[in-house]
Design a protein around this ligand. Structure first.
Ligand code: 5HY
Length: 248
């Protein structure tokens, strides 16, 4: 099977790291295609970034669908564009936040999220409510590390994230940690060893859940609001991306 893993931001180094994290857990018969939009924000750290990211995700899913992708992962913790992507795709479309919430909920009675900028915690809170995890998510904590500073040694990001996770486990009385950024995927196993609790990276979780759904012969429902977009001519900047046949 083919799973397209979309980094909704435009930072190629992050796309490559996300692709590696996906390939590290993919089954032997799964081909991972890591991709990113040609336009948008270099990092997604708020509602305005997310608005453009959602459009970028929709364009990448439309392209991947025409290339025969069996499933899609939206590898940004805000899950931007997942609903629109589900209209376009026939296979499963999983956002890394939703996937991580499900996995963490099967491992502990309560989990905590540790993410980047505190201002993005509200976006995660919206996702918790949207997906019905209010009773399982016991806290969402920012570290005020910018997304693109995660791999800068000067940010001391790993130590700060580990400290925030330790504090969250105590303060929230939670039993598992969800990593609140696709850029934290590489630290998942190390954090799990250091903390002694399950640590869920949404990229890996989404890839394995997507594999499971495809293997079960399950795809996105086309009955209801995930039916294909209604054919219409889009104008201006969006003109090439309107519903209907993929742009040549
Ligand atoms: C992400 N932003 O996973 C989110 C993390 C965040 O560019 N990739 C981004 O802070 O919401």
């Amino acid at each position: 099977m083919r799973i397209d893993v979309i980094n909704p931001n435009t930072t190629a180094a992050m796309t490559a790291a996300i692709g590696r994290a996906a390939e590290a857990v993919a089954a032997p018969g799964t081909r991972i295609v890591a991709r990113q939009p040609a336009f948008g924000a270099p990092s997604i750290e708020g509602h305005h970034d997310e608005a453009w990211a959602a459009a970028g995700v929709a364009t990448e899913v439309r392209a991947g669908q025409s290339e025969g992708a069996d499933a899609f992962v939206v590898a940004c913790f805000g899950d931007p564009g997942v609903a629109a992507a589900r209209e376009v795709a026939t296979g499963p479309v999983l956002g890394i936040a939703e996937a991580a919430f499900h996995c963490a909920s099967m491992l502990a009675t309560g989990f905590s999220v540790v993410t980047t900028l505190t201002r993005t915690c509200t976006i995660a809170e919206h996702l918790v409510v949207q997906h019905g995890f209010e009773r399982r998510c016991r806290g969402i904590h920012g570290t005020d590390i910018a997304v693109l500073d995660l791999d800068d040694p000067a940010s001391d990001a790993y130590v700060r994230i580990r400290a925030a996770a330790r504090d969250a486990l105590q303060r929230d009385r939670s039993g598992a940690i969800v990593l609140g950024c696709a850029g934290m995927a590489d630290w998942c196993r190390r954090l799990q060893q250091d903390l002694g609790v399950p640590v869920v990276d949404g990229v890996a979780a989404a890839v394995k859940l997507a594999e499971a759904l495809v293997t079960l012969g399950l795809g996105t429902s086309k009955h209801g609001d995930y039916a294909p977009p209604l054919p219409k001519a889009y104008a201006g900047l969006a003109a090439p991306y309107g519903p209907g046949p993929v742009r040549a």
